[in-house]
Design a protein around this ligand. Structure first.
Ligand SMILES: Nc1ncnc2c1ncn2[C@@H]1O[C@H](COP(=O)(O)OP(=O)(O)OP(=O)(O)O)[C@@H](O)[C@H]1O
Ligand SMILES: [Mg+2]
Length: 254
């Protein structure tokens, strides 16, 4: 049987510039894959390639056995690839509920399901997107992706810039999502230990290539290997003095 999502011998980048080389991995329904790596190694580029925002030079991206690497983004969304980009995308001038409704689709989630997963969004359902905290914006961005009824949900650094208490809440929601649905997740995260603790498999990228693959459990258990792959600095580079309230913080290290 074909994998839900499979990437095979992928070479991709931006126009002529090749960022990713020889990337292969597969995700099955209900599985969580952690994608780890230092800044600028190509994690977001890989997700953008799955969504169709980059140039594919070689290799395939397949969804349930169908090659989709030439498909436009909206078609990939429609077959079940949900995406929460690194820059949380919510409409500032719409309420939480309106943000959800514009993202809804036949066969997708209902607002009530979303509110169950994220109770704090329920409390803020009539607030404008612009008035939400960074954590609430992130929950709303994930919730909007769920309204489309994804089979695989791609999350690009969902915890970035959030205060530890908010990270914990979001993490609990992702665990609930993992346990209550068959949605597969691809989780890019700087908080490696946190990501590994909710993932089944892990890949580590370095300069556009996969330099490690294996079970999340084994990488979680091997701190020395983790440090050599990700660098000792990673676990301490994140503390932010407070929660970030600006939704448009997504500055890639270009
Ligand atoms: N739009 C773009 N055009 C050209 N090059 C880009 C573009 N976006 C990213 N790059 C380059 O691609 C490489 C990989 O960047 P990418 O954003 O995928 O890394 P990342 O692993 O997601 O980093 P971070 O952890 O900082 O989010 C970098 O060298 C970056 O400069
Ligand atoms: Mg990135």
């Amino acid at each position: 049987m074909s994998a839900l999502l499979a990437v095979d011998a992928l070479r991709a980048g931006y126009g002529e510039t090749v960022v990713l080389e020889d990337i292969s991995f597969a995700v099955e329904p209900g599985q969580v894959l952690a994608v780890l790596g230092r800044n600028g190694v190509g994690k977001s580029t890989l997700m953008e390639t799955i969504l169709g925002f980059t140039t594919v030079h070689a290799g395939t991206v397949s969804f349930e056995g169908t090659p989709i690497q030439q498909w436009p983004t909206f078609r990939r969304n429609r077959i079940g690839i949900g995406y929460v980009p690194q820059e949380r995308e919510v409409f500032p001038s719409l309420s939480v509920e309106e943000n959800l409704l514009v993202a809804s689709r036949t066969g997708g989630w209902q607002a009530a399901d979303v509110y169950e997963l994220f109770p704090s969004l329920s409390q803020r359902r009539h607030s404008f997107g612009s008035t939400l905290s960074g954590g609430e914006q992130q929950m709303l961005a994930i919730a909007r992706a769920l309204m489309g009824g994804p089979k695989v949900l791609i999350l690009d650094e969902p915890m970035e810039g959030l205060a530890p208490i908010v990270v914990e809440k979001l993490y609990e929601s992702l665990v609930r999502l993992r346990d209550r649905s068959h949605i597969a997740m691809i989780l890019i995260e700087q908080h490696a230990e946190l990501a590994l603790s909710i993932s089944d498999q892990a890949i580590v990228l370095d300069r556009g290539r996969i330099v490690h693959r294996g079970s999340a459990r084994s990488l979680l258990a091997d701190g020395t290997l983790r440090d050599s792959l990700l660098g000792l600095a990673r676990e301490v580079q994140n503390p932010s003095p407070g929660e970030q309230h600006d939704a448009s913080h997504g500055t890639h290290a270009l």
